[in-house]
Design a protein around this ligand. Structure first.
Ligand code: SAM
Length: 390
């Protein structure tokens, strides 16, 4: 879940000598309901109901500190509801066909559900992480790769997705895209439609500000590989359910898109590897690439997982690969986790993007200043293209 992150009420890990204070989860969930899910009435109501019944929050004490946040509990609850669509609680979840709006009976249904599923809930909280794989970002990745290929004069690309989750963004050339004018009225035709490679592939819609992409891809993916600390397997039922459970229950559009992408990925089996040192995998992968293929390292919403010192070390290793091996680096991250290119002042960020959710797309290659390509909504709902056309 990479919606705007409000971190002020999240627990901080204690310092080495501090006594381990028990987190006041009721306070954390109350704040979450009030601030973090304005578009999700069900999670607002559940957050309030949990805050009022602190015993239901006891399983939160088992979450690893870096994952201890309401989003994880809600994803675990959602996953269990998806497995129990006949439960009273499921009646409130549109994602499993529920139509009941949050009402006075919700707190009791929630308590009964949590009590009945507590061991499974605890297991999910211990083992899982809030881990999305947002293919809406491919609506910006597709023109970004198009731009790299054209501007760099290298149409055959090899895409290496660092922090790929389930590897769904490796299918950027399989999905379809609808690029709308920024002010398009509902139902208005798209300015540009890119057809998906197959009829079952998802189509992502993006409101586009600035120079529109060319209708021709202009690039071909000759090779692709994804790495992740803990990749999710698209063909594994529990992993696929977890990816869907990390979406919010009222978000029909993302759920439909993700389900379709999972179907395509199950067929295509784009290669994804577990790796604790993804750059070491990248380095040996570069060794096996044909000379006419341009390697592109891509990361989207990954660098915020890094401590600052690790991020600097990570960047230095990539810069070495850029200089020595001709690697290009395409990065789509929040500005705080990106190198800030001198030509894109923060003030140029579109107003609709809050500092916590704005995604800055940048391209770097050896011997050239980083180029800012676009600002986008974190899920690709809209984008402001900054680079010259094509
Ligand atoms: C928010 S998800 C984004 C996934 C995908 N890039 C996308 O755009 O949908 C972040 C992913 O980064 C992975 N990750 C975090 N640190 C990593 C590291 N050091 N090496 C590899 N993967 C990492 C996490 O496991 C998670 O799957």
């Amino acid at each position: 879940m990479t919606a705007a992150l409000h971190l002020s009420h999240l627990p901080c890990p204690p310092g080495p000598d501090a006594p381990a204070a028990r987190t006041d989860w009721s306070r954390v969930f109350r704040a979450f309901a009030a601030e973090d899910c304005p578009e999700e009435p069900l999670y607002q109501a559940i957050g309030r109901a949990l805050a009022a019944q602190p015993a239901l929050l006891a399983p939160m004490d088992e979450t690893p500190p870096e994952q201890a946040r309401p989003n994880l509990y809600l994803a675990a609850l959602h996953s269990l509801v998806m497995e129990a669509p006949a439960s009273a609680l499921a009646a409130y979840f549109p994602s499993v066909g529920g139509t009941r709006i949050p009402d006075a009976a919700l707190p009791a249904a929630l308590a009964a559900f949590v009590e009945a599923h507590e061991p499974a809930l605890r297991a999910l909280l211990r083992r899982r992480a809030t881990q999305t794989n947002e293919i809406g970002r491919c609506a910006v990745l597709w023109p970004a790769l198009q731009h790299l290929a054209r501007a760099g004069g290298r149409p055959r690309l090899a895409l290496f997705d660092f922090g790929c989750s389930a590897g769904l963004n490796l299918g950027v050339d399989a999905y379809g895209y609808r690029y709308l004018d920024p002010q398009a009225a509902p139902g208005q035709a798209a300015r540009l439609e890119v057809a998906p490679a197959s009829s079952d592939a998802p189509v992502a819609t993006c409101r586009w500000h600035g120079a529109f992409p060319s209708p021709e891809p202009g690039f071909a993916l000759a090779r692709r590989l994804g790495v992740d600390l803990a990749p999710l397997q698209v063909a594994d039922e529990a992993d696929a359910r977890w990816l869907l459970a990390c979406l919010w229950p009222y978000d029909h559009e993302r759920r439909a898109r993700l389900s379709a992408a999972l179907g395509v990925a199950c067929r295509q089996r784009w290669p994804v590897q577990a790796a604790s040192d993804g750059l070491a995998v990248l380095e040996s992968w570069l060794d096996g690439l044909p000379a006419d293929v341009q390697p592109v390292l891509f990361n989207s919403w990954v660098l915020y997982y890094f401590q600052e010192a690790d991020r600097h070390r990570h960047r230095a290793r990539i810069e070495q690969l850029m200089a020595a091996r001709g690697l290009w680096w395409l990065s789509a991250e929040a500005p705080a986790h990106s190198d800030w290119p001198a030509d894109v002042p923060l003030a140029a960020r579109p107003e609709a993007l809050s500092a916590g959710s704005a995604t800055l797309w940048q391209w770097r290659r050896a011997g050239q200043a980083p180029q800012a390509l676009a600002w986008s909504h974190p899920h690709g709902r809209f984008a402001h293209w900054l680079a010259p056309a094509g």
